[in-house]
Design a protein around this ligand. Structure first.
Ligand code: ATP
Ligand code: BTN
Length: 259
C-alpha cells in the first residue's frame, strides 16, 4: 500500500484529511497532536508500521510492517455524542465487526473494545479524549487490525490469544478494502452512537454470552458472573452465582472467560 492507492480507495468517503506514514511511533499520538493543531472532524492517520503502538495503560500494541491496519481518526463530538465518549471504542469495534461480516466472518466483541474471531483477538480499539480546557474538544479513535499472517505477534508475548483475518478466512485479503469498509461502517453508525439500535447491534455480537467471565482492574479481581448482555448505557450485565444481576461500568477493566 502507498499513499496514492490509499487516497484512491478512500476517495469516496467524506474524510476531511488523510495522512499516510510508512513508519510512525503511534497513530494515536500523531492524531492527538494533529487534533491539538486544530484538524477537523473525520481526519485519518494511517501507518504501515508502528514502533510504539499503544493499548490501554502502558500496554503495547504490536503492528508489524505492511501486514495490518493501524489507523486513528480525529472526531469532534457534537450534541449528544459529547456525553457518551466511552461508547466510541464500541463504535470502532462495531464498525470492524460489520466490515468482517461482509467478508463472511463471524466476529464477536469482547466487551468493551476488542474484536474476536474464533475467540481470538483480531482487533483492538483505543479511544482517547482530546481536552480543550475543561471540555472534551475531540476524540481520537485508534484501531489496529491483524490482517495477514505476519501481523500476529508471538503468542507468548500476549495476554490474550490472537489471530488475523487471513488465518480465519483462509485466503488473502485486500487491506485497503477492509479499511474502506471499516470507515464506511463507522461513518454509518456514528449518528446512532448510544441509541437503542446501536446497543442492540453491539449486544448481538457480544462475546462469551451465557459464559462465566471474570472482570479485573489493574490485575485485581472486581467481579465475575455469567454474561447476560448490555445495559442501556453499554455497561456489561452479568449474573452472579446467587442470581443477582451485576452491572460493570466502563473503565480500566479487563474481561476474561473462566474455563
Ligand atoms: P485486556 O487485554 O486487559 O482485556 P485490552 O484487550 O483492551 O485489555 P489493552 O489493555 O489495550 O488490551 O492492551 C493491548 C493488549 O493487546 C496487550 O495486552 C497485548 O497483549 C495485546 N496485543 C498487542 N498487539 C497485539 C496484536 N497485534 N494482536 C493481538 N493482540 C495484541
Ligand atoms: C487494545 O488492544 O485494546 C487497543 C489497541 C489499539 C491499537 C491501535 S493501532 C492504531 C492506534 N495507535 C495506537 O497506538 N493504538 C491504536
Amino acid at each position: 500500500m502507498n499513499e496514492e492507492s490509499l487516497r484512491a480507495a478512500l476517495g469516496s468517503l467524506p474524510l476531511d484529511g488523510l495522512r499516510f506514514y510508512q513508519t510512525i511511533g503511534s497513530t494515536n499520538d500523531a492524531a492527538l497532536a494533529w487534533a491539538a493543531e486544530g484538524t477537523r472532524d473525520l481526519s485519518v492517520i494511517f501507518a504501515e508500521e508502528q514502533t510504539h503502538g499503544r493499548g490501554r495503560g502502558k500496554r503495547q500494541w504490536i503492528t508489524s510492517p505492511e501486514s495490518s491496519l493501524a489507523f486513528s481518526l480525529v472526531l469532534h463530538p457534537v450534541g449528544v455524542e459529547t456525553v457518551i465518549i466511552p461508547l466510541y471504542s464500541a463504535l470502532g469495534a462495531l464498525a470492524v465487526s460489520q466490515a468482517l461480516e461482509s467478508a463472511g466472518l463471524h466476529p464477536q466483541i469482547k466487551w468493551p473494545n476488542d474484536v474476536l474471531l474464533n475467540r481470538k483477538k483480531v482487533c483492538g480499539v483505543l479511544a482517547e479524549s482530546v481536552w480543550s480546557g475543561e471540555k472534551v474538544g475531540g476524540v481520537v479513535l485508534g484501531i489496529g487490525v491483524n490482517v495477514q499472517l505476519g501481523s500476529v505477534p508471538p503468542q507468548e508475548t500476549l495476554l490474550f490469544p490472537a489471530t488475523c483475518i487471513e488465518s480465519e478466512v483462509g485466503h488473502p485479503m485486500d487491506r485497503v478494502s477492509i479499511l474502506r469498509d471499516i470507515l464506511s461502517m463507522l461513518i454509518k453508525w456514528r449518528p446512532a452512537l448510544g441509541s437503542k439500535d446501536f446497543i442492540r447491534a453491539w449486544e448481538q455480537r457480544l462475546a462469551f454470552k451465557g459464559e462465566w467471565v471474570a472482570i479485573s482492574s489493574e490485575g485485581k479481581p472486581v467481579s465475575s458472573g455469567r454474561v447476560i448482555g448490555l445495559e442501556e448505557d453499554g455497561g456489561l450485565c452479568l449474573e452472579d452465582d446467587t442470581g443477582k444481576i451485576v452491572s460493570v461500568q466502563f473503565g480500566e477493566v479487563s474481561l476474561r472467560p473462566v474455563v
